[in-house]
Write a protein that binds this ligand. Structure first.
Ligand code: JFZ
Length: 584
């Protein structure tokens, strides 16, 4: 009998957190060629330094990772709380990091090391309960004739925008890609997924063919979204991309610990533990998997700063992983300023980036805890009856709380259980039921995200919601955005507009003139991009906040807000993350 409940994505959704490994012979030059630092990604050095294959291929003879120890690598991943491992079996340089009987340009046949590291890694993964997975560059292969970016073709035709001849590309898929996929899916036991990448030349039929080929060899093996043409078993967001709001379907974000994937000896731009935890929590609250990368050296070592960061995440996971694994996304369609929310069965996890401050004079009476109950957190919009509140770091001791309608006020210890991200759990009755309309938060702010706006588009407007949740391509003054929210506490508010950027790692154009109308009040002005939003997710896709002015809203109730553009600066139009009303 076929098992209709069998879902090959179940383990992947449960996992939430995986280790990416970019390892290849590019770790020998480690970002330098002929003494010169080569900008950009370490694994792209052959392309970026325009190295002919006859000079690049001999790097294999210098590749001798004597210190490689699969058990050590996988135990670091396991301690970090990661549940799957994706390693570059073949990156764009075309060199196979596994034993490939069909092609001699591989780690066993072309290096003095002569050992199949993937065998060891697959065994170590099995011991530690991680899923073994492979990255495989199916489209770009700078060493294979007919593939995208083949070094000889790009040398004649220029190193950018090369499109291979369709017939020769198809022949490359048959002669190199399929035999190697067969090897990867037959030599190492069960494989969790194949992480295809950079679909540029591949046709829809070829993407479908590769997906079916993988499934014919291992029916449960997933294929990543970058197989092309949106045919993946799950989707891949942009590198280091954190969507601004909820996403529909299964997604994963690949991300770096510094600024490169493959090892570069001069990249020391490590993210902080706090940033990494916030990225993990932020992605999890949106139901997006986090695939976090290390780039080992040519000696076979994961750089020590990477190990230290992963182990620090692991110490947090030891206490708090219940708020991550197998969770449902935030049931509210918006983010909170204080942190993020995940859910699982009859539990709601509140993950605080900022621990609620002391509330003087409102310290709870029945305290027997050292330090007392010094802070309070108000959560609005939960309609379920709360049975119990506690810290995930201290499940034995209940936290006092009061529930009044859909307002829950929880008393918290003065000192956060974790200095970076602390988790409060609410056990509730019945199926989760929250107010998903937009309402003023307990701290008085109102956030109107782009992805919750009604888009009232002018004729031929290019306004659309981008895949990271921002309103983009707003180039016409005939279009506008509209929201409704519930105002609980009237007052005067500063109106802030948060803009995303249509450009990678560059600020957006400033100087749009916008008009905001909220009920009877209206304010207009030019939005400048002077205040860069400091948040870990805005590191690669910057966000800027500008102030439009102030408005006064004098009665509680449902308020309609409209945002219109009187003047739009620049070619790319407006990219809008959110409008915020902050009590003045
Ligand atoms: C690709 C590779 O070129 C790179 O070397 C690395 O392996 C990375 C994980 O993937 O680079 C990409 C591919 C897609 C996007 C960005 C970088 N994207 O969709 O934003």
């Amino acid at each position: 009998m076929p098992d209709h409940n069998h879902d090959p994505l179940a383990w992947w959704r449960e996992a939430r957190f995986g280790l990416f490994i970019h390892w290849g012979i590019y770790s020998v030059p480690a970002g330098f060629w002929k003494g010169q630092p080569i900008p950009s990604l370490g694994e792209w050095i052959m392309h970026n330094a325009k190295i002919p294959l006859e000079e690049y291929a001999p790097l294999a003879q210098q590749f001798n990772p004597a210190k490689f120890n699969a058990e050590e690598w996988v135990s670091v991943a396991a301690k970090a709380g990661m549940k799957y491992l994706v390693i570059t079996a073949k990156h764009h340089d075309g060199f196979a990091m596994f034993h490939s009987p069909s092609n001699p340009y591989n780690i066993v046949d072309a290096t003095p090391y002569g050992h199949d590291v993937m065998k060891d890694l697959a065994e170590a993964c099995a011991r530690h309960g991680l899923r073994m997975c492979f990255y495989y560059s199916q489209d770009q292969d700078w060493a294979a004739e007919g593939a995208s970016g083949h070094w000889e073709e790009v040398q004649d035709k220029g190193w950018h925008g090369h499109k291979p001849d369709p017939e020769r590309f198809a022949a490359y898929l048959e002669s190199k890609v399929k035999p190697q996929l067969r090897e990867l899916l037959t030599q190492y036991g069960p494989i969790g997924l194949i992480w295809f990448d950079t679909p540029v030349a591949i046709t829809k039929e070829q993407s479908q063919m590769l997906k079916e080929y993988v499934h014919s060899l291992q029916p449960d093996c997933l294929v990543s979204g970058r197989v092309g043409h949106e045919l993946g078993d799950y989707g891949s967001l942009g590198d280091n991309m954190i969507p601004a709001g909820p996403v529909v379907g299964d997604w994963e974000t690949p991300a770096t610990l510094n600024d490169t994937w493959g090892f570069k000896s001069d990249d020391h731009n490590w993210k902080s533990v706090q940033d990494l935890l916030i990225l993990l929590v932020d992605l999890t609250s949106k139901g997006v998997n986090y695939l976090l990368n290390v780039g080992p050296t040519s000696e076979g070592l994961i750089p020590q700063p990477s190990i230290d960061l992963l182990l620090a995440i692991g110490r947090w996971m030891d206490v708090n992983s219940e708020a991550i694994y197998g969770t449902q996304p935030n049931p509210w369609p918006f983010e909170f300023r204080w942190g993020r929310v995940t859910a699982k069965q009859n539990k709601l996890f509140l993950l605080f980036y900022e621990w609620p401050a002391m509330v003087l004079g409102r310290v709870h009476e029945d305290s027997n805890r050292p330090g007392g109950w010094a802070g309070q957190h108000e959560l609005l919009g939960l309609r379920n009856r709360v049975k119990r509140a506690y810290l995930l770091a201290d499940p034995e001791n209940a936290l006092p709380f009061i529930q009044d309608g859909d307002r829950v006020t929880i008393s918290l210890p003065g000192v956060a259980p974790d200095p970076l991200v602390s988790v409060v759990v609410l056990d509730f009755e019945d199926a989760l039921d929250v107010d998903t309309s937009i309402y003023q938060q307990a701290d008085g702010t109102v956030t109107l995200p782009g992805y919750l706006a009604e888009m009232l588009k002018g004729p031929d407007s290019g306004m659309a919601l981008s895949r990271n949740g921002m309103v983009s391509g707003w180039k016409d003054t005939a279009s506008k955005l509209q929201w409704q929210f519930k105002l609980l506490t009237p007052g005067t508010f500063t109106v802030k507009v948060v803009l995303g950027s249509p450009y990678h790692r560059r600020p957006p154009d400033g100087g749009h003139v916008l008009r905001l109308t909220a009920g009877e009040a209206t304010v207009s002005g030019a939005v400048t991009c002077d205040e860069q939003v400091q948040s870990p997710r805005a590191q690669y896709f910057p966000e800027y906040a500008g102030t439009l002015g102030q408005i006064t809203l004098d009665a509680p109730g449902t308020i309609t807000v409209a945002l219109e553009a009187e003047q739009i600066a620049g070619e790319a139009g407006i990219t809008l993350a959110a409008v915020q009303l902050v009590p003045a």
